[in-house]
Design a protein around this ligand. Structure first.
Ligand code: NAP
Length: 326
């Protein structure tokens, strides 16, 4: 089969397309013919070596969607031809930038009829992270006022839709070119993240509640190094902030009295710690089938274009997801 691999860590030029043997699933694994595999910032961290994959050479890509080709002896829930999607490979297993991928059965779920396999290929990291942050860590409730920084990104656009589906008031930030699409996906307010009065604009966009003070109840922050103090400033009492960003935040909040005075909770998370991936994956599959979660595919790439895809995911402004289509 054809597969993108990196044989050593480095820039995008270490990515090559190799002809290698098709892998055999063993134990509790499923062999999937890949139709779509999301391109995520984390793919670049594994490639350049700040995150460590279990082996070299290594096929990048955490996400996968496609059709089951073969199952190993202990697998019971999947059969040849099933449409499936999953995530969390590309670290302790080879990843999804290949014609075929071996996926542990507990990181894979069925896709209902009608869900597009390329879009589902882009769902894994982005939507599971949004689910874990908002549902599991923040305990998002109907009527919560929810701030999502960077709503046009992979995680952001999934989070906007999840929060809207959960009945929250959704306030998001993005470049103005993306505001109309974010409102179409369920955002109540879209604000330019570059405005000088961003904190004031967020608080005035948040609805007043008779029983709560002004501000937001939940924040999803992918740039803690930039926004922790803003998060504290716009928080209502009891606000839950979930941090997912890569860059090191300043140590805590620089004005910790503001955070303390609001009983603010900060959780930092990694999607890889998800206890059972099937839980968010199946919930998200239902939302995709119902049309409540539409993964927006900004661009697709063939295997020979992997380097360009990994450059673009870090450098370009796009709406939604970049997806490999092997
Ligand atoms: N902890 C975890 O488990 C976890 C999981 C997934 C992702 N992450 C991390 O979360 C981050 C986002 O991931 P992603 O896949 O959503 O990336 P992405 O698709 O590249 O999205 C990033 C978004 O941030 C926006 N942005 C850029 N500058 C901004 C600013 N100053 N304020 C607000 N938004 C800004 C970008 O918009 P423009 O391009 O239009 O400027 C883009 O829409 C990455 O650092 C990733 O590594 C962590």
């Amino acid at each position: 089969m054809r597969a993108v691999r990196y044989h050593s860590h480095g820039g995008t030029d270490v990515l090559t397309v190799d002809d290698i043997d098709r892998p055999d699933p063993t134990g509790h694994e499923v062999l999937v013919e890949v139709v779509g595999a999301g391109v995520n910032p984390v793919d670049t961290y594994f490639r350049e070596g700040s995150y460590k994959p279990y082996q070299l050479p290594m096929i990048p890509g955490i996400d996968v969607a496609g059709r089951v080709v073969e199952t190993s002896e202990f697998v019971e829930g999947f059969s040849e031809g099933d449409a499936v999607y999953g995530t969390a490979i590309g670290k302790d297993h080879d990843g999804g930038y290949a014609e075929y991928a071996v996926v542990p059965e507990d990181r894979l779920v069925h896709l209902p009829d009608g869900v597009d396999l390329v879009a589902a290929g882009g769902a894994g990291v982005a939507a599971v992270t949004a689910w874990r942050a908002l549902v599991d860590h923040a305990g998002l409730q109907v009527g919560d006022r929810c701030l999502i920084h960077g709503g046009s990104g992979g995680v952001g656009h999934a989070a906007v839709q999840l929060a809207a589906a959960a009945g929250a008031q959704v306030i998001t930030t993005a470049k103005p070119t993306h505001h109309d699409r974010l409102r179409d996906l369920g955002a109540d307010a879209a604000l330019d993240y570059r405005r000088d009065d961003l904190a004031e604009a967020i608080v005035s966009a948040a609805e007043s509640r008779a029983t709560r003070d002004d501000g937001v109840d939940v924040v999803l922050d992918h740039r803690m190094h930039e926004y922790l103090d803003l998060d504290a400033a716009v928080a209502a009492t009891g606000c839950r902030v979930v941090g997912i960003g890569e860059k090191e935040p300043a140590v805590g909040f620089s004005q910790s009295s503001a955070a303390r005075g609001k009983d603010l909770q900060l959780t930092m998370m990694s999607m890889f710690n998800t206890p059972d991936f099937r839980e968010p994956l199946s919930g998200l599959a239902s939302l995709m089938a119902a049309g409540d979660l539409e993964i927006q595919v900004a661009e697709t790439y063939g295997l020979a274009e992997a380097a360009e895809a990994q450059r673009a995911v870090l450098e370009d402004s796009f709406f939604g997801k970049l997806v490999m289509t092997p």
